[in-house]
Design a protein around this ligand. Sequence first.
Ligand code: ZN
Length: 720
Amino acid sequence: MEEDSTYPTSRFIKLYDKKRTFYYKIIKEGTYPLTNQLHYTRNPKHPIPHNYIVETQYGKANHIVKCSINYVEGKPLFKVNFGENFAKEVHSLESSTEAACKYYQEFKEATNKGKISGPLLFGLKLLSVERVRKSVTLKIQPFSELSNTTRRRKMLCLSQCILDAVEEEKENMFHPTDQIKLKQVKFESYNDLYDINFEQLDIMGEIKRIEAVVKSLDRNHISREAYRSLARIEHSIPREEAVSTTRQRINIEMRKNIPLTLVDLLQPTIFEPITEEPHITDNAVITNMLESIGKGGQRRITNILNYIVPLYIERGILTPETSTLYIRISGDGRNVGRKVKHVMVTMTLLNDLNGLQKPDNNYTLVLYPGSESYESLKNALTPLISDLSILKEKGFDQIGGNHWPVELFFSSDWKFLSICLGIKAANAQHFCPWCDCSKDEINTTTKTINKSMDEIKDNYNQINGHIKKPLFYMIPLQNWVCDELHVFLRITDRLWELMLSDLRRETTNEEIWKEKILLEMQRLKITFQFWREKNNNNLSYTSLMGPDKLKILKEFNLIAIFQSTERAIQIQELWNQFNELYILMQNKQTTGETFHYKAQTWLNAFLAPSKGHPNRSNFVRGMYRIQDVTPYIHVLVNHVAEFIEIHHEFGLTAFSCSAVEKKNHMQVCLYFRNTLKDGGHENSRKSAIVEMLEHENRQLYFALNEVPNFFEKPKKYRII
Ligand SMILES: [Zn+2]
């Protein structure tokens, strides 16, 4: 007979001659038991397999039977199942032919034209199957002498035995609803390891798992090199190559929704020669950094809104037909090294009050290394400015979704705000972004926002202090809010300087009080130093971080520093009162009226005049002079109360830029890391700006696709 077979590639085999045709489907290939127990068919001799199942189709009527062979106590048991769902069964411990005969007797429709042969019905004449089976079982040779194909087949065969045993045994131990499944077996032979997985590869599950790895690497800024070396140790985690490919796929997919544009920016290209020791000497990093100057990256605000609005709706933060999009634009410039700034402009939705402080909820719109100047910003912000004008005027039309009214806000530190507003620096005669106050009346407490954006936009050159057209002219002036933390920190700096000049007046020998301050800093566990500048001999000291400044304001013991306890208490009181203002400023319950009153009272204390005659014993020294009042103090006393009223719905903390600063800082670190990592890898040649924006695009992908942060941990047991 002719055998038409590609087994094991296909499990379907045709066996035929002129009279007959049989079609077989090998369900289970089976194995040959150890040679001394092995039974054979008679003439011609074919070995009889164990644990074998085949579906056989024959005859004009295409009858189908299921035949199986299992060795029971050293002898093969032949079974034939037939009828509907193979529910009927005959068996024989004698021979396949006897089993076939029994089947014929039972099978009424049989026309009995000659008998069917057992070996044919059981597919025992199939040489292609026999050959494969023999390669696995009969030639028991040391593993090392086998071909890879044979090793593979033997491992699969052994695994099949385990799967069969599990399938048979599980019903004795578990409830059917437990859905116990054998997922994988592992074998070892000397140094060769084998993992055999059952079932089809869960492609969707595998993709999710790799995406989760990409997310984790992104989130923790783990380099490809680090991951690759880890994956060489722990082989159950996805290969680095698969991870890179997935990252690339996400980038491409995201770029379709949120394209990244790289633009050339007009930059002052003169960079002063660095005379001091450079911080980074790695040439690749320096080259990459210098190459990036003059290049800016952008993402359009409307693309981002299209992506995030559905997420915010799902989280219940936005309600279609009801909500207005309260878009806050913020900016920040970080110093990278000593010469270059890293400028970032972001957007966030004030609607999500609880999420504002997370850097991930502040979306980067514009990014560039260079200078934080009006021209550079104008250049980089042109597309954003035009988008904002349209949003302000027409609202936002979500793709395939709703129409949303838009209200725009702006917040940043003073410097960034003044550049974007086109005004002179804070030390100018007309310094205030919000009112017409001049330096001569800086101690006033009655100013309100008395400039308007419409007026500034059209006639900026006729308004004191204004030198350029505002960049964000579509945002009303009362929606430009100075970062409250900056107001607090700058005034704290002023109070500290004034306290030092008090000390100087009291004790000429500065070594005495410097020593006391250092001791006090030690007590508060704050790292602090004094030194003299080389060029002008001015006294300098460590510039402190926000939390340390707050600690000093609250806990610094001035009595331990001053000779005069009276002066120390006076200053302490001023500091305490200021701290109270800061707490009030952060509290959403505070009314503008209360704040204005308290701020006025504080300024009165700040400017308290001397009492009595300097030579008399009842003399009380006054506090500070009008010249000591800074623009920040002017804002605190005059405008903060107004902002509290106007932005009552959000609270002043909603305008804090610390999340943006944190984000910019993080990205700068990532930037350095990205250029440092991977050495000469092709990816390091990609612009760092593009990498940063791609990183952010991927974060949006992870959020929208709900890429998990972790998977269920398996319970680990051991049998020894
Ligand atoms: Zn003002």
